[in-house]
Design a protein around this ligand. Structure first.
Ligand code: KG4
Ligand code: ZN
Length: 341
């Protein structure tokens, strides 16, 4: 079964052609980062307009690179939410129009559901498993029992991990988004050089909080300004990254114990982080569990990741109603509500 997948929830216009929810025939990601970097973050109105500019060329390129005619596509999978409403509407409208014109179903999936199943494009994971999703908008722990069966075990009460990276980078004078830059600078730094808090690490819950960490970093920079590049900046980046990793490790360990999971999936843009990857690898070794983290290209926003769940639903006749709308907020526990059998 061949599906076309479309993702426009934030600042990446992406399209992919995927066979049987497994084989990526093409995956095109057109990033708007350079445009938003000037403003220090994503400007929703600009994001929508840039999606409109890019969406048809990106889909055309995805079909061309896959060597597939539109007439061979059996379903259109698209991010229905959560995300920026105006951005989601561009991808969703195009998906609906294509599905209508081709007489094929549309399958609206949850963006985080996409991230969680990105690993499956490299190696299928047996259910049940624990998923840690760390992205620009999410820091969530889910118990995953199957496609569409997700229970939220823990989440951030303020900033997401990626947001903490981006805001802290901005305080240090790094361009948006700062996550990958902090990661690179941290490689030459001493993680014990600057003492930073690990918010809520020992509170006995599976809740995360990162805003206090960002504030502590801001107070440190006010007293000790950093020059980039430089040893002080590298030390600060390494110390910050270590604090984030310590919290992620502690909460994930607790969630593994609580759920009894023997498989862990780590997903989302922050799963590209070298510290997060090595921390989770060590945790998995210590706990004797299976670990699945997608290759970096599949961790960040892309459309191919949507096709895994999309293909599963399509194969079972679980498709969205043709008058389905997008949703800026959408709880994972309610993902199944949109399907009509
Ligand atoms: O999943 P994603 O592409 O988009 C969202 O759904 O949010 O995640 C983007 C986030 C940004 O906050 C970005 O700074 C962060 O992922 N990120 C990283 C790294 N690469 C991307 N954070 C830390 N280290 C990285 N190497
Ligand atoms: Zn994402």
């Amino acid at each position: 079964m061949l599906v076309l997948a479309i993702e426009t929830s934030c600042d990446e216009t992406a399209a992919a052609v995927v066979r049987d929810g497994r084989e990526i025939l093409s995956s095109i990601v057109s990033s708007q980062i350079a445009v938003h970097a000037e403003y220090g973050g994503v400007v929703p109105e600009i994001a929508s307009r840039k999606h409109l500019e890019a969406i048809v060329p990106v889909i055309t390129q995805a079909l061309r690179e896959a060597g597939v005619e539109l007439s061979a596509i059996e379903g259109v999978v698209v991010t229905r939410g959560p995300g920026l409403s105006g951005a989601l509407l561009v991808g969703f409208s195009v998906a609906r129009a294509l599905a209508f014109a081709c007489g094929i179903p549309i399958i609206g999936v949850h963006h985080i559901e996409g991230h969680i199943f990105a690993s499956f494009l490299e190696k299928p994971v047996e259910f049940p498993f624990l998923a840690l999703v760390v992205s620009g908008g999410h820091t969530h722990l889910y118990q995953v029992e199957g496609f569409g069966c997700y229970t939220t075990l823990g989440r951030t009460i303020d900033d997401a991990a990626g947001e903490a990276f981006d805001k802290s980078g901005k305080i240090m004078g790094l361009a948006y988004p700062a996550g990958a830059r902090i990661d690179a600078l941290a490689r030459g730094g001493d993680a014990a050089a600057v003492h930073l808090p690990r918010p809520m690490i020992h509170d006995g819950t599976l809740r995360f909080s990162f805003s206090g960490l960002k504030t502590a970093l801001m107070q440190h920079v006010a007293k000790h300004p950093v020059t980039i590049p430089g040893q002080a900046a590298s030390d600060l980046c390494a110390s910050f990254q270590q604090a984030v990793c310590d919290v992620l490790e502690s909460k994930t360990r607790a969630a593994l114990q609580q759920s009894g999971a023997v498989r862990l999936v780590v997903a989302g843009g922050v799963a590209c982080n070298s510290g997060v990857r090595s921390t989770m690898a060590r945790l998995a070794r210590q706990q004797g569990i299976e670990l699945h983290i997608p290759s970096p290209a599949l961790c960040g926003d892309n459309a191919a990741m949507l096709a895994v769940a999309g293909n599963h639903y399509l194969a079972r006749g679980l498709v969205s109603s043709p008058d389905q709308d997008v949703t800026a907020t959408w709880e994972m526990d309610r993902v199944k509500e949109i399907f009509r059998e």
